[in-house]
Ligand binder design. Structure first.
Ligand code: PEP
Ligand code: MG
Length: 754
């Protein structure tokens, strides 16, 4: 029985033989020839050939045992040509009993290939990208066994890593072979957190080093793998159990996870790879590469989503193998972190003093990583397709979060230009810092209160640094989003107390949990909804499941310990919702008092104006509130019916347009008439030109990301509110779509620093 696979399994040393052959010195070509000879012998194949990819996509025959040696470096197949092209395109093995009868077969006479029928080709994969093809051929018509396919794939993986690491062929001998990207590249993405950075690439998920691909003791390695898989399965089962009793959550997402974790096919592929001599880590990478190559091409969003789940599982498994999933890695100075996406607390585990930028292949501006990056003031660009495969550890990279681009291995002129722009930014920052203690009065004497938006401990340091007069919006859901499990009462109360302590008497407005919509919790997965932005989120969730909201209110009251307390409810759409929410606050205050705990010395309860419905019911709402805050991010999304998280539609309208400005004007007027304090806390409040318009409309409290305080203060100090009011009110009456250009002209005319 021709069980060629046994040849390898019996002598696991094949991979070692290959390594020894390579280490033997001598010219590169001779070593490569030796490698294909060893493989041919072990697989009992008459032919073994190695093709590598040239930059244009051509596939060059680099070494062969069995085909004509004069064809080496001569035979080149065009991109997509022949069976080799087919394997490159599909990223998976091709196993044929009779290759010449395959429609894609391309005959090259110089190779002397005619007598061979059986054909098995596997891609050399790196990071889901094929960089070459390894082929074995036999004269007889036969289909190679599954074991043989597996064996050849493992050899191909090891070869791919060795080639890429320069162990197989010296760099100069590779000439134009594109194994690892080395040219300057510019990738276009989206800016997630403002700023510029130039530094050294650090891969969040580094590839397994070639020296750690082969295991010394396969049995011990299998044990290690099994232990890690068992720990992973237990962890996921536990996460599912943790969901009981919190909310009526759907198990769908975690359940899919569990399904994958327990999937026999996945487990078996891993075990097989280890039995064949790979380390557990290398086995994970091999199986991952194959999945990526297979699913990465899928158009079907469902399949792509599954790839996502698998990637997460692979990362988790690697962390279990490392023994400690949370050990932070040492960073070089000026590190720029490269990741597919980051999990809840990942970014916080790195040394903040060394981390200068972040590039993400996926993610969204509302993703955890982006939120934390903004809080830490780390420039971040996301949605960079192909990023991880285009960048090597240690490459020089630039994060241009002004334009939403990433430069990999930039040319000196690009570096120079970025350095110059960074200097300008630093100068401006220094100017803003000088204004830190200056109160923000307009030239005609109106006091504008500039507050800061926050949501994590890390933001608190920025309060004084930014020169804000308090926190106008504390997004309490962030604590929930960066946690691995639902924060308990004590953790919530401790955070709120820390925030109030840090504010040291400055006002802090706590917004109750604004979950749902784009803010989902991995451990509290809600029903999937067709329209999450219009769905069960924010105060709707809070009122339907009051246990969670009441626990939070209790934590806020406890944290205040007799100090003033400001609470605000998100996405109120009807006055009844506000009435009910307020009743819960009163109930909790009474509860605390009954237990002899001090009530807040002053309690202000407000509503966010984010649902357009409230604009026409302010007469009923305002008398019930102590203050309101306009959440323009959501208000505009609902006003213009354009999903704020969807890049296709988010930019279709301009907030500087009559409908948006008239809505804001109506809110400001109603508040002024009733004497209700009002602030604007959407992102627009942090952009000087938009903030100028808000001041012109009469708003006197603006809450914004910390980086906005300096520039907005500079604008306020140079602004004549009365002149601005006259100019803006004329523009609001117009029939134009956007009045941005006109407002820019007005701002210039008034010598504004915007
Ligand atoms: C808003 O919607 O404008 C707002 C401030 O809240 P968030 O961005 O957290 O939804
Ligand atoms: Mg909102």
């Amino acid at each position: 029985m021709p069980i060629q696979g046994i040849a390898i399994r019996g002598q696991r040393s094949l991979l070692r033989q290959i390594r020894e052959a390579l280490a033997s010195g001598g010219p590169a070509q001779a070593r490569l020839d030796m490698v294909v000879r060893i493989i041919a012998r072990s697989m009992v194949a008459e032919v073994c050939s190695l093709y590598l990819r040239r930059p244009g996509g051509e596939m060059e025959l680099f070494a062969t045992e069995g085909l004509e040696s004069k064809a080496v470096h001569v035979t080149r197949l065009k991109q997509g040509e022949g069976l080799i092209g087919e394997i490159m395109r599909q990223g998976r093995p091709l196993n044929l009993a009779d290759a010449p009868s395959h429609p894609a077969f391309s005959y090259r006479p110089e190779t002397g290939e005619d007598p061979y029928h059986a054909f098995l080709g596997v891609p050399l994969l790196r990071g889901g990208r094929a960089i070459g093809v390894l082929v074995v051929q036999n004269r007889t018509e036969r289909v190679y066994t599954e074991d043989e396919v597996e064996d050849l794939q493992i050899i191909a993986m090891v070869l791919a890593e060795m080639v890429a690491a320069g162990e197989l062929i010296k760099e100069e001998e590779l000439k134009g072979v594109e194994l690892a990207p080395h040219r300057p590249e510019r990738l276009k993405g989206q800016k997630f957190a403002e700023g510029l950075a130039l530094g050294v690439a650090v891969l969040h998920e580094p590839p397994v080093a070639p020296s750690h691909l082969l295991a010394d003791d396969a049995q011990a390695e299998e044990q290690r793998l099994n232990t890690a898989i068992a720990a992973l399965q237990a962890q996921i089962d536990q996460m599912l159990e943790g969901q009981h009793g919190l909310v009526e959550a759907s198990y769908e997402v975690l359940d899919t996870y569990r399904m994958f974790a327990h999937d026999r096919g996945w487990n078996r592929s891993l075990v097989d790879a280890v039995r064949n001599g790979l380390t557990a880590e290398a086995a994970v990478e091999r199986v991952r590469s194959e999945h990526r190559a297979r699913l990465g091409q899928a158009r079907d969003p469902y399949l792509r989503e599954r790839l996502h789940d698998l990637e997460d599982l692979n990362d988790r498994l690697l962390r279990h193998l490392a023994g400690d999933g949370h050990a932070a890695r040492e960073l070089p100075d000026g590190a720029i972190l490269i990741a597919r996406n980051l999990g809840p607390a990942d970014l916080l585990e790195y040394d903040r003093t060394k981390l200068t930028g972040l590039l993400l292949e996926e993610g969204s501006a509302a993703s955890h990583a982006a939120i934390v990056a903004r809080a830490l003031d780390i420039p971040c660009v996301g949605r960079l397709p192909g990023l991880r495969d285009r960048v090597n550890e240690g490459d020089t990279v630039i994060v241009d979060a002004e334009t939403g681009e990433a430069y990999l291995r930039p040319r000196p002129d690009v570096r120079k230009a970025i350095t110059a722009r960074m200097e300008v930014r630093a100068q401006r920052r220094a100017e803003f810092a000088k204004l830190r203690e200056t109160p923000a009065f307009t030239r005609d004497g109106a006091k504008i209160t500039l507050l800061m938006n926050a949501g994590l401990d890390v933001d608190l340091e920025l309060l004084r640094e930014a020169g804000a007069e308090g926190i106008g919006l504390f997004r309490t859901e962030f604590q929930f989003m960066v946690a691995e499990e639902l924060p308990r009462f004590s953790a919530q109360a401790a955070l709120y107390a820390r925030v109030m302590d840090a504010a040291a008497g400055l006002p802090v407005t706590f917004r109750t949990l604004d979950l749902g919509g784009d803010k989902v919790l991995p451990y509290l997965e809600a029903e999937r909804e067709d329209n999450p932005a219009l769905g069960w989120r924010a105060i709707r969730m809070g009122l339907d499941r009051p246990a969670l909201l009441r626990l939070q209110l209790r934590a806020l009251i406890a944290a205040a310990r007799g100090r003033p307390l400001r609470i605000m409810f998100p996405l109120v759409a009807t006055v009844d919702e506000f009435r009910q929410a307020r009743a819960l606050v009163d109930h909790e205050v009474a509860w605390a008092q009954r237990r002899g705990r001090p009530p807040p010395s002053r309690l202000d309860v407000g509503a966010m104006i984010e649902a357009p419905s409230l604009i026409w019911h302010l007469d009923a709402l305002l008398p019930m509130t102590d203050f309101v805050s306009v959440g323009t991010n959501d208000l505009m999304q609902y006003l213009f019916a354009a999903d704020r998280g969807n890049p296709r539609v988010a930019d279709r309208y301009d907030v500087l347009s009559p409908p948006a400005l008239r809505a804001l004007e109506a809110i400001q007027r109603a508040c002024a008439e009733t004497g209700t304090p009002v602030s604007v806390c959407g992102e627009m409040a942090g952009r000087p030109l938009e903030a100028f318009v808000l001041v012109a409309l009469g708003f006197e409290q603006l809450s914004m990301p910390p980086a906005g305080v300096g520039p907005v203060k500079q604008m306020v100090l140079s602004c004549d509110r009365e002149a601005a009011r006259r100019g803006v009110s004329a523009l609001i009456k117009g029939g134009a779509g956007s009045v941005r250009n006109e407002i820019e002209t007005l701002a210039r005319k008034l010598y504004l620093a915007v």
